[in-house]
Ligand binder design. Structure first.
Ligand code: ZN
Length: 119
């Protein structure tokens, strides 16, 4: 079942954008994880220190990408089951304007702001 909104948001276009971004993230994540822990040359202590700060940088980047990737998958899943564009908290419709800017958005602006205020 595909949600029909018919009020300005090009659903197929949003989905195409999400799929394109998903493919990008898959490439980035595959690249990040293939570089972790690989060291065919061996390291002295200085290299290890450098490599460990690189590692934490890479780790935090990877966390960010993975979070976005999970949100993407959830948005695509919501498209499949027809709940895309529905706020997961108040079940109101997320505005098209917001979805155009944040196609991953799972909450309407009101709920998102109340979460951000809390914390
Ligand atoms: Zn809401």
């Amino acid at each position: 079942m595909v949600a029909k909104r018919g009020d300005g948001l090009d659903f197929e276009q949003v989905k195409a954008n999400l799929l394109g971004r998903k493919a990008e993230l898959e490439t980035v994540l595959a690249d990040l994880s293939s570089n972790i822990g690989e060291d065919p040359q061996g390291q002295d202590l200085g290299d290890q220190a450098l490599s460990s700060s690189m590692e934490s940088l890479r780790q935090s980047l990877q966390n960010t990408e993975q979070l976005e990737y999970r949100m993407l998958l959830e948005a695509l899943q919501a498209m499949e089951d027809g709940s895309y564009g529905i706020c997961i908290d108040c079940e109101g419709q997320i505005s098209d304007k917001r979805l155009k800017h944040y196609p991953n958005a799972a909450r309407c602006i009101t709920c998102q702001e109340s979460i951000e205020e809390q914390g």
